[in-house]
Design a protein around this ligand. Structure first.
Ligand code: NAD
Length: 424
C-alpha cells in the first residue's frame, strides 16, 4: 500500500489506467440516469465535504458511481467487496485518472481484503456504502468507537440487507442504513435481468459449454434465481429449480420449470448454479451423487453456498486448473468442475451486470446518499427502504433516457380509480 502519491491506494498496476478509462467511458454511455444525476450534483454539490467509505465491486459501473459522488462534493474512498470481482484496470484508472483512493487487487487474499477495508475505515467515513455489509460489520465489530462518527449508510445487495436487519433486530446497528436493494428499480432489474444475463456470461466465458439441451439446476428462485432460470431456458437448457419456500417453488413450477430437491437435482443435473444467499446449499452428499463432468457455479453473494471444504476433502488434493477460472476436482472415478472458486460467477468470470442495469441501481445509490446527507438527523438506527419518490424518479428518468413516453391517465380515469362509489 502507498500513501506517497497524492492519495493512498493499493492497486495491482497503475499502468493499466488508460485501458480502465476507455472501459469506464464505454460503460458511461449506457448510464444516462447516473450522468444526469452527476450533472446536477456538479451544480448543487449536495454531498459537499462528506467523507464516504465505499466497499463495492470495483467495476466500470462502480467507477461511474464514484465519479458521481465526487462530483457531488464527497471525499470518496473505495475498497473491493469481493476478492475476485475487482477489475484491475478500473482500479488503476480510479486512482490515477479520477483521483479516487482505491484499495483493490483482483485475487487478493483474505488478509489483504481486510487490510483494504481497514484502509477505508482509517479515513473515518461519515457515510458507508456497502455491497454485502462487510464495512458496516467491520466498524461495529472491530472499531466500535467509530460507529458514532457515521451519519448513515447504504447497502446494495440482498445478503447485506439480511445481515443489517439481523443487526437492527438485535439492537446492534449503530446508524440508519438505506436498503438500496429494496428499491423496485434495483432488484426487479439488477438482480433479475442483470444477474441473469451476466451469470450466463460468466459461465460461458469460463467454460464455453453449449447450453442448449443441458440440464441446469438453479438453487433459489428469488430475484436472481428467476433471472438465471429464464435466461438459461431461453438458450435451450432444461431447467430445474430447488427451493425451500413453498410460494417460490410453486411460482417456479408454474413458470414452467421442474422443481426438485437438492438430492434429486444432484443426480439429474449437468450444471448447478446457486443463488440463495444461504450456506452449504450443495454439500458432500450432493457432490457424491453428481455425475462425472458436472459443473458448479455460484451467483449468490458469498462463496459459502457450495461446501468447498467438503469438495476439497473428497478430492484429497487432486485439484487442478483445467481452464482459466475452472478447477477440476478428481473424486476418483469422476471429475467435478467449479467455476471461479465458487465466488460470484458473473463478477469473477465476466464483467458483472451490464452498465444499463447498473445505471438504475447506482442512481438509487447516488440519490440515497443525497437523501441521507440531508435527512440523517431525522432517521433512527434502522434499515430503511429507498423513499418511493426516489424509486419512481429513477424509473421516470430511465424511461425518458430510452425515449419512451408514459401514458397519462385522463382526469376521468384518475377520478374513477380514486373513488369507491362506482360499482357494477
Ligand atoms: N451475483 C450478483 O451480482 C448478485 C446480484 C444481486 C444479488 N446477489 C446475491 O444473490 C443472492 C440471492 O439474491 P436474491 O435477490 O435472489 O434473494 P431472494 O431472497 O429474492 O432469493 C433467495 C431465494 O433462495 C431461496 N433459498 C434459501 N435457502 C435455500 C436453500 N437452501 N435451497 C434452495 N433455495 C433456498 C429462498 O427461499 C429465496 O427464494 C444473495 O446472496 C444476493 O446478495 C448477487
Amino acid at each position: 500500500m502507498t500513501s506517497t502519491s497524492a492519495h493512498a491506494h493499493d492497486v495491482t498496476d497503475l499502468g493499466l489506467a488508460a485501458e480502465g478509462v476507455r472501459r469506464i467511458e464505454w460503460a458511461e454511455r449506457e448510464m444516462p440516469v447516473l450522468r444526469l444525476i452527476r450533472e446536477r450534483f456538479e451544480r448543487d454539490r449536495p454531498l459537499d465535504g462528506l467523507r464516504i467509505g465505499a466497499c463495492l465491486h470495483v467495476t466500470t459501473e462502480t467507477a461511474n458511481l464514484m465519479r458521481t459522488l465526487k462530483a457531488g462534493g464527497a471525499q470518496v474512498v473505495l475498497a473491493a467487496s469481493n476478492p475476485l470481482s475487482t477489475k484491475d484496470d478500473v482500479a488503476a484508472a480510479l486512482v490515477s485518472e479520477y483521483g479516487i483512493p482505491t484499495f483493490a487487487r483482483r485475487g487478493e487474499d483474505r488478509d489483504t481484503y481486510y487490510a483494504h477495508l481497514n484502509a477505508v475505515a482509517d479515513t473515518h467515513p461519515q457515510l458507508t456504502m456497502d455491497d454485502g455489509c462487510d464495512l458496516v460489520s467491520l466498524l461495529h465489530s472491530e472499531r466500535p468507537e467509530q460507529v458514532k462518527e457515521v451519519l448513515a449508510g447504504t447497502e446494495e445487495t440482498t445478503t447485506g440487507v439480511i445481515r443489517l436487519k439481523a443487526m437492527a433486530a438485535d439492537g446492534a446497528l449503530g446508524f440508519p442504513v438505506i436498503a438500496v436493494n429494496e428499491a423496485q428499480t434495483k432488484h426487479l432489474f439488477d438482480n433479475r435481468y442483470g444477474t441473469g444475463q451476466s451469470t450466463v456470461d460468466g459461465i460461458l466465458r469460463a467454460s464455453n459449454i453449449l447450453l442448449a439441451g443441458r440440464k441446469v439446476v438453479v438453487a433459489g428462485y428469488g430475484w436472481v434465481g428467476r433471472g438465471i432460470a429464464s435466461r438459461m431456458a431461453g438458450l435451450g437448457a432444461h431447467v430445474a429449480v430447488v427451493e425451500v419456500d413453498p410460494v417460490r417453488a410453486l411460482e417456479a413450477l408454474m413458470d414452467g420449470y421442474a422443481v426438485l430437491t437438492h438430492t434429486e437435482a444432484a443426480a439429474w443435473g449437468d450444471l448447478f448454479v446457486t443463488a440463495t444467499g444461504n450456506l452449504n446449499v450443495f454439500r458432500r452428499e450432493h457432490f457424491e451423487a453428481m455425475r462425472d463432468g458436472a459443473i458448479m457455479a455460484n451467483s449468490g453473494h458469498f462463496d459459502a453456498e457450495l461446501d468447498l471444504p467438503a469438495l476439497q476433502a473428497l478430492a484429497e488434493g487432486h485439484v487442478r486448473e483445467v481452464r482459466e477460472n475452472v478447477q477440476e476436482f478428481d473424486l476418483g472415478g469422476k471429475k467435478l468442475h467449479l467455476i471461479a472458486e465458487g465466488r460470484l460467477v458473473n463478477l469473477s468470470a465476466a464483467e458483472g451486470h451490464p452498465a444499463s442495469v447498473m445505471d438504475m441501481s447506482f442512481a438509487n445509490q447516488a440519490l440515497s446518499a443525497e437523501y441521507v446527507a440531508a435527512h440523517h438527523a431525522d432517521l433512527e438506527p434502522k434499515v430503511y427502504v429507498v423513499p418511493e419518490a426516489i424509486d419512481t424518479e429513477v424509473a421516470r428518468l430511465k424511461l425518458a433516457a430510452l425515449g419512451i413516453e408514459l401514458e397519462p391517465m385522463t382526469p376521468e380515469q384518475a377520478d374513477y380509480v380514486a373513488s369507491w362509489q362506482h360499482g357494477t
